[in-house]
Design a protein. Structure first.
Lengths: 484, 91
């Protein structure tokens, strides 16, 4: 945000102490402050009582806390050696040795204890910090300010303006948006992506505004940004995913250390509700597409049914509990990298298999279920995601199957006789063209089946997320690294 | 009053746009909402005559009291049965 900030007000040169009366340590060192003024020309900046520690011209009242805020005072007392308006050296709290070293004087605070910790600066007091951030850095935000009338209910007003997916949204006040922006090192003016369908350049600030509305915390913001970068690519084709009549939307899978760090759910009910990160990150992405990109149902969004997952669909892989490499690793990323993979998918459906005791049996059964994604007679044109539950994964772990072995065996089971699937075969008009006769046809293209490990510890089910038209005529899965 | 940051591309005006105005009232249904101020009905009777003369069908509605917003049901009825509405203020 540095390039957008107003100029920093200078501190007086020389020795400066920032204090407040409502701090026992500041009260304790009040005699030292007087001593330092007489011996070294100390200037005191007082945050609360303008006459503390003395009613004197060397005591300045930081009434609006501008000096404290701009010079990052976090503790009082803070003693600074200031040159050209900037504190070059500082020490916080009271430490005789450090104060003597910084001031170059000896015999400070005779009779005082050697050391006492300080108190929190008023400029970082939670009661003021948000307001100060708006006052001193709010001008760095470029979004149009919209005043909601006092008689308007905030939720109704935002709904009336078309900003909501139908669920309540958090009012994106400057305070909340500035707090959200603390979740990223990127500047608010930086362009993240060009968002379809209106092809609008979307800044970090606009992502933050929508992330606030979706209910994200600042820690979630980098994931939302990475997901937005991922969907706004030619490969993913967010425009088509939005516009299609099919029931698909972006499905986000988070891998790597970030998932645990921000408290994502990869266990019980991982594809469901109840976890803030899972629920809000996917929603924030969809709100950006709606609000910034202009993608509204009935407008460019022409889905016949849509799906509940289009509110937002985001979950994490259970990597710690998996004997296999992760989805991200299978796509060429390292385990220590945090990534988000975006996949165009439907709502999940379940394959129940409570009888298979061998990996071979379960694999055949999974193949039957996977054949039916989108249409059992449609081959190669659509991708899918398979979410293996821990209890199903145990069949493979017990037998020592690796991810590669599983993919190889499953691919074999997912290869079908073209004759059985020809158009008209079995009295069904839909099917493969005559050229498929006598051919062995795979259900999925290479890389077209994404396998993830997630879900609760009990339940002999796996989840299948059907995909959409793949490749250049549709959407390819895209993985992006999540960076601070 | 709450000030929020616009989450959109800002390609539309910040103020909510008015509904489009009909070019002619002929053949349309116009609702007249009497807010229950004394003698508002006298004014609306005359407005009704003039609107009928323009070829409009006039529906008359009355709010229970001028001190409160129209009840939701009444607003819904007007919104779903009328093409345009005139709300009369007296005093």
């Amino acid at each position: 945000m540095s390039s957008d900030l107003p100029p920093v007000p200078p501190l007086p040169d020389g020795l400066v102490a920032v204090v407040k009366r409502d701090c026992p340590t500041c009260e304790l060192v009040a005699p030292v402050l007087g001593d330092l003024h007489e011996r070294a020309g100390l200037t005191v900046i007082t945050q609360d009582d303008p006459h503390f520690p003395a009613d004197a011209d060397w005591v300045h009242h930081d009434a609006d806390l501008a000096l404290s805020w701009h010079h990052d005072i976090e503790t009082v007392p803070t003693l600074l050696q200031v040159s050209e308006g900037v504190g070059e050296q500082r020490t916080v709290g009271w430490s005789r040795s450090e104060w003597e070293q910084l001031s170059g004087l000896d015999c400070l605070g005779d009779g005082l204890p050697d050391w006492r910790p300080g108190c929190g600066s008023l400029s970082v007091d939670p009661a003021y910090a948000g307001e100060l951030a708006v006052r001193f850095s709010g001008s760095s935000l470029h979004s149009r300010r919209i005043e909601l009338a006092s008689l308007e209910d905030e939720w109704e007003a935002m709904w009336d303006r078309g900003w909501s997916d139908g669920l309540p949204v958090v009012p994106p006040t400057e305070t909340r948006v500035l707090r959200m922006l603390e979740g990223t090192t990127r500047g608010p003016s930086e362009v993240v992506a060009v968002v379809p369908p209106s092809l609008v350049e979307c800044t970090v600030e606009k992502v933050a505004v929508n992330a606030v509305m979706a209910g994200c915390t600042p820690e979630h913001l980098p994931v939302v940004i990475a997901a937005l970068e991922a969907v706004c690519t030619d490969e993913f084709n967010m425009h088509g995913v939005l516009a299609t009549t099919m029931s698909v939307g972006p499905v986000l899978v988070v891998n790597g250390p970030v998932a645990e760090r921000i408290g994502m759910n990869s266990g019980i009910n991982s594809l469901g509700q109840g976890n803030r990160a899972n629920s809000t990150i996917g929603r924030a992405l969809q709100l950006v597409v709606r609000n910034v990109g202009g993608g509204h149902p009935g407008g460019v969004d022409r889905a016949t049914f849509g799906s509940p997952a289009k509110v937002g669909f985001c979950f994490a892989e259970d990597e710690a509990g998996s004997p296999w490499t992760s989805l991200a690793e299978s796509r060429g990323w390292r385990a220590d990298q945090s990534t988000v993979t975006v996949f165009t998918g439907e709502s999940p459906r379940i394959l129940a298999d409570e009888r298979s005791r061998t990996p071979e049996s379960l694999t055949k059964h999974l193949a039957q279920a996977l054949q039916a994604t989108v249409s059992p007679r449609m081959m190669l044109g659509m991708d899918a995601m398979l979410v293996l539950s821990p209890e199903h994964m145990a069949r493979y772990a017990d037998a020592g199957w690796s991810r590669d072995r599983f993919m190889e065996e499953l691919s074999a089971e997912l290869t079908f006789d073209g004759d059985d699937l020809l158009a008209g075969a079995g009295g069904i008009a839909a099917g493969l063209p005559p050229t498929a006769a006598g051919q062995k046809i795979p259900k999925f293209r290479p890389g077209g089946l994404l396998v993830v490990h997630s879900g609760g510890p009990a339940g002999l089910f796996s989840a299948i997320i059907g995909g959409w038209a793949n490749g250049p005529r549709g959407s390819d899965p895209v993985t992006r690294e999540i960076t601070p | 009053m709450t000030t929020v940051l616009d989450p959109t591309s800002e390609q539309a005006p910040a103020a909510r746009e008015r509904a489009t105005r009909p070019e002619s009232l002929a053949g349309l249904t116009v609702g007249l909402l009497d807010i229950s101020k004394p003698r508002g009905n006298v004014f609306l009777d005359r407005v009704s005559e003039r609107l009928s003369g323009l070829g409009a069908t006039v529906n008359r509605y009355t709010k229970p009291t001028f001190t409160k917003p129209a009840p939701v049901d009444l607003r819904h009825e007007i919104a779903t049965t009328c093409d345009a509405v005139i709300e009369a203020l007296a005093d």
